[in-house]
Design a protein around this ligand. Structure first.
Ligand code: ADP
Ligand code: MG
Length: 550
């Protein structure tokens, strides 16, 4: 065979492969989920390309995935008639690290096998999972619309080869030559179980058969899960689908599934992950749900469909109204898309409100993971600010756990008119602020804010239900109005003239570096602290901006 090239794996891949090759991971069967998931993605991608190039699928219009077992050869072949790969794509996708999840995984590798193996379940490792069960993997692929096919082959040790090959039509075969200790996967009943567990609800039918045998078992009909009525869907089915569509390996913390009927029609199946997705704080802040139009996958570049501050949601939105040939670019100015975005955002928020009300513990877990992202909405989306302030939960000086603003306001002191807060780098630093002392002494609750986004939304959110937000580092938060602090044992008042003399000396010593030196009610233990001017910026914000040279 001609055209053979050999290449080394990228260093990170090589590291990951070493772990796969000597795998002691007990749930090796996930290799099949990964391969079927890739096959389904390949079908989705071609379905989309065929919208504008119908010739690509004319000779073979029905998408299908087949898992074929050959007991004599000890191989499993996973075939699809999806988009396929050409030589360049093979080099790019099967020798380097393609997806951010796998990259994050590779970065976390410690070299300690036991630790690293436990990460497989948390991240998933895509195609490379094949090497947990196979000591030789071949991929024969032909890109839709192209004539040439090629074969990729590797034993997972250091390098791979690509050479010219034959394939009757478009698509991909992944052929696993099973390790001796992985022969259990030659049992079709077992494979059947695995496919039902992990891949029963992907929108492409899956068939399992034995090489040479006439009959084949159709494991899954390829009915898209989101089209089925909610009441008929078991939790495990949702979880399995979440893992396919969202690329996560955790359980969904919460599921929103509904069909909107009316002026515009669409189905929404969205999941809140229980763990933070790896790309959560990527600068692009892109939402990653999948847009379908009448069951046809269009794109997962869905910045138009959800605001950035809901980017932790994973799942599917399937529209009945958008044109099938809508391009990713056309999404930007489409009035139907705009209306969907508004309605879906609204629904997500009202559902979260309902959850916060009915299942506060579930909601608290979600807030713990995604509160910092939701709070970006306070800053960005004035229209949603009120709703988001209702949802927001905070740590405070007086209570354990998460406190809502409504709870805070209900517990305010008689003479208290503002919602007091302090911001800082992290929870510990915030709780140590000397300015807190005067508030603590007067039993006034203070919100402890330590997410970077807090300084930003507090610049634009002025109040909650008429109660202004006020930083305790601002000079104006005068404690006198809040009553006297209970006197301590050794609280011997300092004579005014002595204090005046001290202030005069401090002013002289500090000169222009401060605006003023004042007697304060805010401290009970610390002798002195810095405060911001009433008209000036909050101290922590000022430090942050300075650090960013603004
Ligand atoms: P991911 O699926 O998250 O991108 P994988 O490691 O599972 O990561 O796959 C890497 C890449 O290899 C895919 O993104 C895709 O481009 C390519 N690929 C894998 N399997 C197939 C297939 N059956 N058909 C076409 N391309 C595939
Ligand atoms: Mg994959």
């Amino acid at each position: 065979q001609s055209g053979e090239e050999r290449r080394g794996f990228e260093a990170e891949v090589a590291k990951l492969l070493r772990l796969m090759v000597d795998s002691v991971y007990s749930e090796r069967e996930v290799f099949l989920r990964e391969l079927i998931s890739n096959a389904a993605d390949a079908c989705d991608k071609l379905r989309y390309e065929a919208l504008t190039q119908p010739d690509l699928t004319r000779d073979d219009p029905d998408f299908a995935i087949t898992v074929e077992v050959d007991k004599d050869a000890a191989t499993i072949r996973v075939s699809d008639n999806g988009i396929g790969m050409n030589r360049t794509e093979m080099r790019e996708h099967l020798g380097t690290i393609a997806k951010s999840g796998t990259e994050a995984f590779a970065k976390q590798l410690t070299g300690d096998a036991a630790k690293d193996v436990s990460l497989i379940g948390q991240f998933g490792v895509g195609f490379y999972a094949s090497f947990m069960v196979a000591d030789r993997v071949r991929v024969i692929s032909r890109r839709a619309g192209e004539q040439a096919a090629q074969e990729w082959e590797s034993d997972g040790h250091g390098d791979y080869a690509i050479r010219n090959a034959e394939r009757a039509g478009r698509g991909t075969d992944v052929i696993l030559h099973l390790k001796d200790d992985a022969r259990e996967f030659l049992d079709t009943t077992k494979l059947d179980d695995i496919v039902r567990t992990y891949s029963g609800h992907i929108p492409v039918p899956v068939t399992i058969r034995e090489a040479g045998a006439e009959d084949a078992a159709s494991v899954s009909q390829g009915t898209a899960l989101w089209t089925r009525p909610k009441g008929d869907i078991a939790d495990e089915e949702y979880t399995e689908f979440y893992r396919h569509v969202g690329g996560g390996f955790d359980e969904p913390a919460w599921t929103i599934h509904y069909k909107a009927e009316g002026m515009i029609e669409y189905t929404v199946l969205l999941f809140v992950p229980s763990m933070r997705p790896m790309d959560l704080f990527d600068p692009a802040r892109k939402p990653r749900v999948k847009l379908y139009v009448r069951r046809v996958y269009i794109t997962d570049d869905t910045a138009e469909l959800l605001p950035g501050w809901l980017r932790f949601l994973r799942g599917v939105i399937d529209s009945e109204d958008l044109p099938l040939n809508i391009s990713r670019e056309m999404l930007q100015n489409n009035p139907v898309v705009r209306r969907m975005r508004k309605a879906i955002t609204n629904k997500a928020l009202t559902e979260l409100e309902r959850l916060a009300d009915k299942q506060p513990e579930t909601f608290a877990k979600i807030w713990e993971q995604f509160g910092p992202v939701l709070k970006e909405g306070l800053y960005e989306d004035a229209d949603r600010r009120e709703q988001l302030l209702k949802l927001a939960r905070f740590r405070t000086t007086k209570r354990d756990g998460w406190v809502s603003l409504a709870d805070y306001v209900a517990a305010m002191k008689d003479k208290q008119s503002a919602i007091y807060y302090v911001t800082g780098e992290d929870e510990a630093a915030v709780a140590r602020q000397p300015q807190l002392e005067g508030f603590k002494a007067r039993d006034v609750e203070v919100l402890l804010l330590s997410d970077p986004v807090d300084d930003f939304w507090l610049q634009v959110a002025t109040d909650f239900e008429g109660k202004p937000f006020k930083s305790i580092t601002r000079g104006g938060s005068d404690l006198k109005d809040l009553g006297d602090a209970p006197a301590g044992d050794d609280a011997e008042p300092v004579a005014d003239d002595k204090l005046d003399a001290l202030i005069a000396r401090l002013k002289a010593a500090l000169g222009d570096t401060v605006t003023d030196v004042r007697r304060s009610d805010r401290l009970t233990e610390t002798p002195a602290c810095l405060v911001a001017d009433d008209a000036g910026m909050d101290l922590h914000l000022e430090r942050m901006l300075k650090a960013h040279q603004q």
